[in-house]
Structure formats: C-alpha cells, structure tokens
Design a protein around this ligand. Sequence first.
Ligand SMILES: NC(=O)c1ccc[n+]([C@@H]2O[C@H](COP(=O)([O-])OP(=O)(O)OC[C@H]3O[C@@H](n4cnc5c(N)ncnc54)[C@H](OP(=O)(O)O)[C@@H]3O)[C@@H](O)[C@H]2O)c1
Length: 401
Amino acid sequence: MIGADWILAKSFFEFTVWGFFSLLVAEVLRDSYHALCHQVTWLARWHNKHHAAYRRDLSIVSLKVYQESQLYHDIVESSLLVVILTLLVLVVRQSGLWLGVAYASTFLYGASIRYFQGKVDTDYNHLPGPIDTIPSHWCVNRSYHWRHHFDNVNAYYSGVFPLVDKILGTGLSLKGKTFAITGASGALGQALIAELLKYHGKIIALTTSPDKIPAQTGVKVVPWQLDNETQLQDILEKVDILIINHGINVYTSRTSESINTSYEVNTFSALRLMDTFLATVKGNEAKATKEIWVNTSEAEVSPALSPLYELSKRALGEIVTLKRLDEACVIRKLILGPFKSQLNPYGVMTASQVAKGILFFAQRDFRDIIVTINPLTYGLFSLKETSTGLYYRLFSKSGKI
Ligand SMILES: NC(=O)c1ccc[n+]([C@@H]2O[C@H](COP(=O)([O-])OP(=O)(O)OC[C@H]3O[C@@H](n4cnc5c(N)ncnc54)[C@H](OP(=O)(O)O)[C@@H]3O)[C@@H](O)[C@H]2O)c1
C-alpha cells in the first residue's frame, strides 16, 4: 500500500515539475518569437499589425485593425506555440508537458474568438487607460509592456516573466534617452558619459567644475552648486534618467565641518536632487520612462576605511530604500566596489570597467546594480536591502500624517 502511495506521489511530483517547466518553455518561446518578429523583416510585417492596433493610451485604433492584429500576430504566435510544445511532448514523452500545450491552446482559443467574433478582450498588458504604476521588476505589467510599444520596439520583449529581456539585455532601453549626471567631471562621471554616448543619448553633465569637462558632441554642461538643486527642475523636466553620482570622501577626518560636508554632499544634496526630479514625474507616461540611479557605494554594507564616507553613504542608501517604497518612478541603486579615482586613488577596478558593468546590469533591469570584486557584498547587501525594505514598509507610510 505504502509502495502504491509512493509511486502515486512520485508521479504527481514529476507531472507538476514537468508542467511548470512547460509553462516556462512556453513563455520563453513566446518572448523569443516576439524578439525575432522585430529582427526578421517578413515576420515584422505581420507583427507590426499588432503594434498598429494600439494608441498611446493602449485604446484600440479600430475593431478592424484589432481583428487583423489577432489574425496576423496572436493566432500565428499561439499556433506556433501549440505546435512546438506538442512536438516537445512527443519527443520527451512526459505527460506533465501537456500543461504547456493546454496553456498555449487557451491563447489560441482567445485570439480565435477575438478574430472571428470581433470581441475586444485584451490581456492585462494591453488594458487601456493611464499608466499609473512603475514598470514592475519580477513580472511584466502594463507600464513595462507599454515601453515596448512606445519607448523602443526593439526592447522589452517579455510578456509575463522578464527572463528573455534579462538574457538579451533588453529590459531597459538606453537608446536616444536624455541623461543628467552629477559628479560629471569625476572619474566615474566621465566614464559613464563615454559609455552612454554610445547609445546616441543626450547627456546633461551637471557639474560643480564646468572647466574640467571637455567639449563633446551630445554633452551639454550645466553648472550646479549644493543648495541650488531646486533650480534644476526645468532642466530635469526633459530628463529621462537622472544619475546622482557626485560624492566626497573626507577619509580619517572627524571634525564637525567634515561631518557636515560629508552629509551635505553625499546625503542631503542627493535627497534634494531626488525630490526635485520626482516633482517632474507627472503626466501619463513619465512613470513608465523616468528613472533615478543613485550611486550609494558598497560602503552601504562594507567598510571603506573612512567612517564619515560610510555613515553618509549608508544614510543615503537607507533614504533610497525608504523612498523606493512610494514607487514614484524606478529608482536604482549603484553599489560599487573600489575603483581608481581622485576620491579613491587605491581602487582596484577602473572607472571604465565599472561604467560598463553598471550599464550591463541596468539593461537587464537590475534595480540594485552591484559591481564589485568583493563576493561578500552580494550576500550582505541583498540581506540588508530585503530586511530594511520590509521593516520600512511595515513602519512607514507615504504622504503626510
Ligand atoms: N572610487 C571608488 O572607489 C568608489 C566606490 C564606490 C562608490 N563611489 C562613488 O562614485 C561616485 C563618483 O566618484 P569617483 O570615484 O568617480 O570620484 P571623483 O573622480 O572624485 O568624482 C567625484 C565627483 O563628485 C563631484 N563633487 C565633489 N565634491 C562635490 C561637492 N562638494 N558638491 C557637488 N559635487 C561634488 C565632483 O564632480 P563635478 O566637479 O563634476 O561636480 C567630483 O569630480 C561618488 O559618489 C563615490 O562616492 C566611488
């Protein structure tokens, strides 16, 4: 009897595992086909009918165009999934894989009804209305997918899990965007500008020392000083991504002046910049496209042999964790290990390597971008960010009390 129960439990377990695997395969296949549709001309001709069906608020252009999009895109895509997944079942001979076939068949059924009966019944990624949430991280939501239609059609291919976007580096498009970056004359500031220019973006170099920035096509130099952050609002209105990168290191000093300067530069000016930028996140589309990247440093969790640097950067990191809870726009943290610069002449990495690393992970939509040679940081930071994030969520509220 025990033997029969064991066999039954084992079969059920195998069925479930293969079933989930087939769902994952279905989504990866669908997203890969989607990516192909944007690379292969004759597939693009069909797939573009899907793009043509929606206005910027995701309402449909007309029933006729919508039905056409069902025939040339949704029915083709789901039929392909059904065929490939059925072939997979026949080759691998695992009954759990039928779950994937059933899953794909529901899409084929839905698309067929929409095409033949003219029923407008869009999936959650295409529901019409304002974009009032930020692009989600673990699974695709409307604002994530909206960017595929209206930010860059050659990115954001994923439909449910953003796995394919993570592999292809299409989870965030940098192409043609406007970036503003503080600490622009510094080592990392210059390295990031050099990397970002490769994406044909516009760069606004925010700097306290404009003379140090070489004239370059695509880079506009804008001087700023501590305490005049709010005066940057007009400029920040047109910025897609603000990179808060300026910082100082007072090393071993512990005078009151050093305490003040460290917190003013590393923490409070960054907070004022964040707030000034957040005031520009308004309108229907800004939530989907505007972002802040904050360079908080590995000093959030590891020693930097400079107490005031650690204290002020940790305070900044905690403030970012707190502010992210409001989901006003995507806010990424840059958690960087030591690289050579005026601030840290002993850094082991180069600013150029770090800048490349930052963009690699940003394009894979990592919200916490860790670039370091210290393996402990990965574990310590994740632990700290998860626990403090949860604590702040439980014991703080958005808006005024
Ligand atoms: N180097 C490292 O090992 C390391 C590691 C982790 C994180 N970081 C962080 O990376 C960022 C860039 O640092 P970096 O290493 O590239 O150093 P850097 O070459 O010294 O650049 C820092 C820049 O910050 C700006 N800045 C300095 N004092 C300022 C002030 N009082 N007010 C406003 N801006 C000021 C300056 O840029 P402008 O002259 O253009 O204003 C300066 O060039 C910093 O936030 C730093 O904390 C560095």
